[in-house]
Design a protein around this ligand. Structure first.
Ligand code: NAD
Ligand code: TDX
Length: 335
């Protein structure tokens, strides 16, 4: 089976490619990535090459039909991770989100329609908006979309395009909406790696607003194993929510990181809140668990965070340059 993995040089996509190499060594992979600021060539360096079985890296945009079309034509499956992914950036400058997430997904869909290639579209729980802290119900596949930020609005738009192409054009596609991922190779603009690298640099963690906002954390390998399960066992035309029952508020995550790194419990700062900041996400993944044999393997977030801290400690060369740029942006945004 030959996979076209879009966004394969980013956080989740690169972990997906590495995981596929490990657990499905007979699959071959082409990565299409624009190598934006969010991509890191070092993530894929160990597996990219010209030899048989090596991963092929094509640098180009998913919004460029001339690049996308021949790659989709030669693939058996497109696994579509590529997106602008950071909420704070989407509030600062929304257009790249419309271009990559909406126009890019449209371009993939048209190529898939032309060539009959199977598509798996990767999306987020943020398309459902947010929950109250005491809501009894979690997000399910039936929850109406209700996005809050330009990022989540463009992801919801992309999801709606995929659903329309399934219904109206009969493309062979599945969709998954996953909760917040953590693990190695995540860009340092994101919450957990920002705080880990802050601590490693002797800078106090920065918590937006009250810090009571809840995210439903899942290890990136558990997300990617769920994607593989959907590719192999999912029903065409269906949407699956992916989550590992990992709800924690931001203060709890910072407390764990401070404890793991031997810092005092009060060694962090509250900073200005994110405009429109979603309060809580929570996933009910019953459908995925009923229809596939997928189960999360990382059920201890403290252990998962400890391993993630170790990874950032051991891989400063991977994040150093991005850290300087990300903190320059945060300084401008006052966060
Ligand atoms: P990321 O920002 O780390 O990686 C995205 C990758 O896509 C980057 O390598 C970037 O260069 C590439 N890309 C962006 N625009 C492109 C374009 N026009 N053409 C080609 N490549 C382009 O993001 P991530 O956290 O790895 O997220 C991957 C996917 O998973 C996204 O679709 C995101 O919405 C979704 N998702 C993320 C999370 C999370 O917690 N990070 C949770 C659920 C879903
Ligand atoms: O410095 C920070 N301080 C802070 O308190 C940062 C960067 C974030 N936060 C808060 C905001 C959120 O409540 O931490 C939480 C997580 O923030 P992000 O890492 O920016 O993630 P989030 O906005 O929840 O979105 C993420 O999960 C869903 C990914 O970035 C998306 O791509 C994915 O779709």
């Amino acid at each position: 089976m030959h996979l076209l993995v879009t966004g394969g040089a980013g956080f989740i996509g690169s972990n997906f490619v590495l995981r596929v190499r490990e657990v499905r060594p007979d699959w071959t992979v082409t990565v299409l990535d624009s190598m934006s600021y969010a991509a890191n060539p070092a993530s894929l360096a160990p597996v990219v090459g010209d030899g048989p079985g090596d991963v092929r890296l094509v640098v180009g945009s998913i919004a460029d039909a001339a690049v996308v079309d021949p790659l989709v034509a030669e693939a058996d499956v497109v696994v579509h991770f590529a997106a602008e992914s950071h909420n704070d950036n989407s509030l600062d400058s929304p257009w790249p989100f419309v271009e990559s997430n909406v126009v890019g997904t449209f371009t993939i869909l048209e190529a898939v329609r032309r060539h009959g290639t199977r598509l798996h579209h990767i999306s987020t729980d943020e398309v459902y908006g947010d929950l109250e802290l005491d809501d009894a119900e979690r997000f399910t596949e039936q929850t109406p979309v209700n996005p809050s930020s330009p990022y989540s609005a463009t992801k919801a738009g992309a999801d709606m395009l995929v659903r329309a192409w399934i219904r109206s054009f009969g493309i062979r596609a599945t969709v998954s909406n996953c909760s917040n991922n953590y693990g190695p190779r995540q860009h340092v603009e994101k919450f957990i790696p920002r705080q880990i690298t802050n601590i490693l640099e002797g800078i106090r963690p920065k918590v937006y607003g009250s810090g009571l906002n809840v995210r439903d954390w899942i290890h990136v390998d558990d997300h990617n194993d769920a994607v593989i399960a959907i590719l192999e066992q999912g029903r065409l035309g269906e949407t699956y929510l992916i989550g590992a029952d990992g709800e924690r508020n931001n203060l709890e995550i910072v407390a764990m990181l401070l404890e793991l790194t031997g810092r005092p419990a009060d060694w962090f700062d509250h900073v200005d809140d994110r405009p429109g900041h979603d309060l809580r996400y929570a996933i009910d993944s019953s459908k995925l668990r009923a229809e596939t044999d997928w189960r999360p393997r990382y059920d201890d977030i403290r252990a998962g965070l400890a391993a993630t801290v170790d990874w950032y400690r051991a891989n400063e060369a991977w994040w150093r340059e991005a850290k300087v740029a990300a903190e320059r942006t945060y300084a401008r945004l006052g966060r």
